[in-house]
Every structure is written in structure tokens, then in C-alpha cells.
Design a protein. Structure first.
Length: 232
């Protein structure tokens, strides 16, 4: 005698994308683009010494303030976007996705915990602090272990995190292979651009991140994370 189950069959069809999912997806693209814009507007080279940076900021305080606002907005906006991409990657490859999300996210937290010398400089110049004095303050601040250690962690964590997220998306075939490789290479390019002061490389790294996150965000909007809720 044939019997039928009292429970409806489980479906993997995702629910239609809601506002939260769409906003998180948009944030994943907008965050890196805001970083790119902030870098383009920032008036000094990333490999300049403290004296040169202080002089340049003193001469371009308006551009520096706009850059600071863009960096701040980019950091805030990227957070939900990173969560969306991280959930997507973790659903496909649990260990790689989780470690990638944790490292990338804590790397961003580490760098935001260090003092923004751009903001300090703007405040100092507003109160009439001489450029030479500010340069000494900047040098002393950068030499503190409480600043150097988080910066080193950020450099390592956001590079390794991006690589792991890219590999997770590549293994799960969540995005086109070339988009996953853009993510894998984006943050190594970022560090190289910052260290050498080659502006186009740094800008390219943020654009690479935006494109890769954009494809992941598109999959997130269309299909969700791929996780299925328990009916109980």
C-alpha cells in the first residue's frame, strides 16, 4: 500500500529579492567605488614621507576633507556589502568563505581603529599648528606599536581575506571565473599600488574589487545565499 508524506517537499527556490538584499548588493559595489574616488581626490602620494604629506595637506585642505568623507562613507557602505558577499561565499565553501569574511572584515576594523592622520592634520591646521610640528606628530604616531601592529594586520588580513573569498566563489562557480580572479588579485594589487605610490594600480584594485563584488551581488540578488531554511 502506497503512502504519502505529510510534509510538503522542500524547495530550493529562493524568495524574491527584498529591499535588504538589494541594498546589501548595491553596497557591495558602491563601497569599493567610494574608496577609488577617495583615493583619486586625496592630494598626496601614498609613499610620501610625513613632511611631504603635511605640506600637501596644508595646501589642499578642501580636497583632503572630501577624501576623508569618501573614505568614511566607503567603509560604512562596504560593511553590509561584505556581509552579503561573505554569506554567498560561505554557503558555497564554508571554511574558505568564513575565513575570508572574518579576515577581510577584521582587517577593515583594524585599520579604522588607527588614527586618521588626514583628519588630525585638518584639525591641527584649523587651530594654526605649524606644518613642521604636524609632521613630527605624524611621524611619532606612525612609529607607535599601537598603530603599526593594526596596520600590518590590515595589510595581511584584507589581502588573504580577499583571496579566500575569491577562491570560495571560484570553487562554487558562483561568479564567472574571471570575476573570481579579479577578486583574488584585487587586494594584492592594492598593496602594491600603495607601497609603490603608483596611483593607477591602486585605483584599478578598487575597480577590480567593485566588479568582482558586483557579480557576487548579482548572484545574491537573484538567488540569495543558496541556504534553505528548515520547515520546522
Amino acid at each position: 500500500m502506497a503512502t504519502t508524506s505529510s510534509h510538503p517537499p522542500t524547495t530550493t527556490e529562493p524568495a524574491p529579492a527584498g529591499t535588504a538584499r538589494r541594498l546589501a548588493a548595491a553596497a557591495a559595489v558602491l563601497g569599493p567605488l567610494l574608496f577609488a574616488a577617495a583615493f583619486l581626490i586625496s592630494p598626496y602620494d601614498t609613499n610620501a614621507d610625513a613632511d611631504e604629506i603635511a605640506r600637501v595637506i596644508a595646501a589642499h585642505q578642501g580636497a583632503t576633507e572630501v577624501s576623508v568623507w569618501l573614505w568614511t562613507a566607503g567603509t560604512v557602505v562596504l560593511a553590509p556589502g561584505l556581509i552579503a558577499v561573505g554569506m554567498l561565499a560561505t554557503a558555497r565553501s564554508a571554511r574558505l568563505g568564513l575565513w575570508g569574511s572574518v579576515l577581510f572584515g577584521t582587517g577593515l576594523l583594524a585599520i579604522t581603529a588607527t588614527p586618521s592622520l588626514d583628519t588630525v592634520a585638518l584639525g591641527a591646521f584649523d587651530k594654526g599648528v605649524p606644518v613642521a610640528t604636524l609632521a613630527k606628530v605624524a611621524t611619532g604616531t606612525n612609529d607607535l606599536p599601537a598603530v603599526g601592529v593594526p596596520v600590518l594586520y590590515f595589510v595581511a588580513a584584507h589581502v588573504v581575506g580577499a583571496v579566500l573569498l575569491g577562491v570560495a566563489l571560484l570553487r562554487g562557480r558562483t561568479v564567472p571565473a574571471w570575476a573570481a580572479w579579479l577578486l583574488i588579485l584585487s587586494m594584492p594589487f592594492n598593496v602594491a599600488g600603495y607601497a609603490t605610490g603608483v596611483d593607477p594600480v591602486t585605483v584599478l584594485s578598487f575597480v577590480m574589487l567593485a566588479v568582482a563584488f558586483g557579480y557576487a551581488a548579482l548572484a545574491f540578488v537573484r538567488h540569495g545565499t543558496g541556504w534553505v531554511r528548515s520547515p520546522s
